[in-house]
Design a protein around this ligand. Structure first.
Ligand SMILES: Cc1cc2nc3c(=O)[nH]c(=O)nc-3n(C[C@H](O)[C@H](O)[C@H](O)COP(=O)(O)OP(=O)(O)OC[C@H]3O[C@@H](n4cnc5c(N)ncnc54)[C@H](O)[C@@H]3O)c2cc1C
Length: 509
């Protein structure tokens, strides 16, 4: 049977859509099979709070899409009503921080300058397939040389700083620099979001650098929301690829890959239909890709072990509240309420939460990131009600007692925590919907329900992501690639894995 498609992409998350756009621009015939009835994967208005937006190197590689992104301030909430509001604008933030401590303000500028130098280098390294190590390939060796050179060009002092910081926990660096616990808590929060690390865990500083590399190399800048929500960006991506002839089949789950002579030659759908293609790309997470779509019989024992040990248990839950009226937060006005509100008032607060989650328990005082996007964007109201999205960090996938018994307790703790800042919250809530990491796994087809399809930690990064030996968007089987958040450089709305994977496939096709 002749192959109609050059490429089948399994899954229609944003990385798949970016990948399809780049492939179709090179006249490749592409089919996307998405299990859900809509594209976008984890990037839905329901789950997503704030985004960096597609990376500029991604938008310059795909057909232009129109977005309505606006910059968002971060507000670290304090029970006293003395909140800390930071915008990412250097002058504004310096003035704000000086109001608390002149020393903190100076140290913040110095720390951001230093970290942004490091995150720029990291960001450049994110833009292409990571090099293979120990090969004779000129391009691999050149990439390693270039990275080494960029790091060396930091100068001796910064080079030593970089080497010191790479494995460091973020708490040490923040406590060395700042006195204000709200500032410490806010930065620590952004260093651990989506991960299974506490601020005192080694390696959290690299998480912060990673985040900064996608957020304009800034600590609080580059945080955005899109008018119409993230879903209108997804629709724009979809429309572009449809114009280029890409076919998207929704409600179409792929059961497994068709494999002949160690080569993937197409897919079998859940309904038994077979579709052939020269190349197949999975945007599903690594565990689903290898264990379900390929099947363990096609992997050697060592590879199977590595996939099994890949850490991908989610720690983030979501509570969506429909509001009869907007709650009154002490010390905040209406315009503040359309910004990012964070409940993480100190490093110890976060670390104590992490301690609960280490033993798969829930904290009574959870870490929260709150967004009420409908205040700024009326189109996001639901049945004429405002919507408050609350992200709960350290909601363990394997919670003791099971989520079926623990959801109500978690919702109660979230509302009681918000009540400390907005005493009327409970009276404002008309309806609520809770999404645990288990729900994310089931409803969004992501094994473990992890934010990044797998932890962002040094042994699961760069040329080790997702699995050593299969890290350059390639897999051990010919004709089979990966393009999702489980590949380099990881998750969040950037589109970088999708772009890099498309370029790798184009070289091979
Ligand atoms: C609770 C939560 C909140 C988050 N909030 C934010 C945020 O505020 N800002 C931000 O930038 N990032 C956020 N993220 C992270 C971000 O959403 C993800 O990292 C990103 O969406 C990953 O994109 P992707 O395209 O690689 O994969 P996904 O979005 O997971 O898409 C993969 C797609 O593949 C489909 N699929 C899987 N298996 C199959 C199959 N067998 N057949 C057919 N289809 C299949 C799935 O249905 C899915 O649509 C959040 C993540 C979580 C879990």
């Amino acid at each position: 049977m002749s192959k109609i498609y050059d490429v089948i992409i399994i899954g229609g998350g944003h990385n798949a859509l970016v990948c399809a756009n780049i492939l179709s621009k090179k006249n490749k015939k592409v089919l996307i099979c998405e299990a859900r009835d809509e594209c976008g994967g984890l990037l839905t208005n329901q789950l997503t709070n704030f985004i960096p937006g597609l990376h500029k190197n991604v938008t310059s590689s795909i057909d232009a899409i129109s977005t309505n992104l606006r910059s968002i301030k971060s507000i670290a909430l304090s029970e006293t009503g003395q909140h800390l509001k930071l915008s990412g604008n250097k002058n504004e933030d310096q003035k704000t921080l000086e109001g608390f401590s002149a020393e903190d303000a100076d140290n913040f500028l110095a720390l951001e300058k230093k970290l942004s130098l490091f995150s720029k280098t990291l960001g450049a390294f994110m833009q292409s397939s990571p090099p293979r190590i120990m090969t004779n390939s000129f391009s691999d060796n050149f990439k390693i040389f270039k990275l080494g050179l960029n790091v060396r060009l930091f100068g001796k002092k910064n080079f030593n700083e970089f080497a010191r910081m790479i494995g460091l926990n973020v708490a040490d660096e923040l406590e060395d620099n700042f006195k204000n616990p709200l500032l410490q808590g806010l930065i620590a929060h952004d260093s651990i979001t989506g991960s299974n690390l506490g601020p005192r865990s080694p390696g959290t500083l690299i998480n912060l650098l990673y985040r900064m590399a996608t957020y304009d190399n800034s600590i609080f800048g580059g945080i955005k929301q899109n008018e119409g929500g993230v879903i209108s960006i997804i629709k724009a991506l979809e429309n572009n690829i449809i114009k280029r002839g890409v076919e998207i089949r929704k409600s179409t789950a792929v059961k497994k890959c068709i494999i002949k002579n160690d080569r993937v030659e197409g897919v079998e759908l859940d309904n038994g239909e077979l579709i052939e293609a020269k190349t197949v790309i999975s945007s599903a997470d690594p565990k689903s890709t290898y264990f379900c779509l390929l099947g363990t019989e096609h992997l050697d024992t060592d590879f199977k072990r590595k996939v099994k040990h890949y850490r991908a248990k989610g720690r983030v839950a979501k509570l969506s509240l429909k509001l009869k009226k907007i709650p009154e937060f002490k010390g905040l006005d209406q315009s503040d309420l359309s910004q990012r509100l964070v409940v993480a008032p100190s490093i110890d607060y976060i670390e104590e939460n992490f301690n609960f989650s280490k033993f798969e328990n829930l904290s009574k005082d959870p870490i929260l990131e709150i967004s009420i996007p409908s205040i700024y964007d009326n189109s996001l109201c639901d049945e004429d009600m405002h919507v408050m999205n609350v992200q709960i960090q350290y909601a363990p996938y394997d919670v003791r007692g099971g989520w079926e018994n623990k959801s109500a307790e978690c919702i109660n703790s979230v509302l009681s925590t918000i009540e400390k800042y907005a005493p009327d919250i409970k009276a404002c809530v008309e309806r609520q919907e809770f999404i645990s990491p288990n729900d994310i796994e089931k409803d969004f087809n992501v094994s473990g329900g992890h934010w990044h399809h797998g932890e962002i930690q040094i042994d699961q990064l760069f040329m080790l992501r997702p699995i050593p030996g299969a890290a350059q968007y390639k897999t051990p089987l010919h004709g089979f690639y990966m393009c999702g958040a489980g590949t380099h450089p990881g998750g969040g709305m950037t589109g970088i894995p999708g772009k890099n994977a498309a370029n790798t496939v184009l070289k091979d096709l």
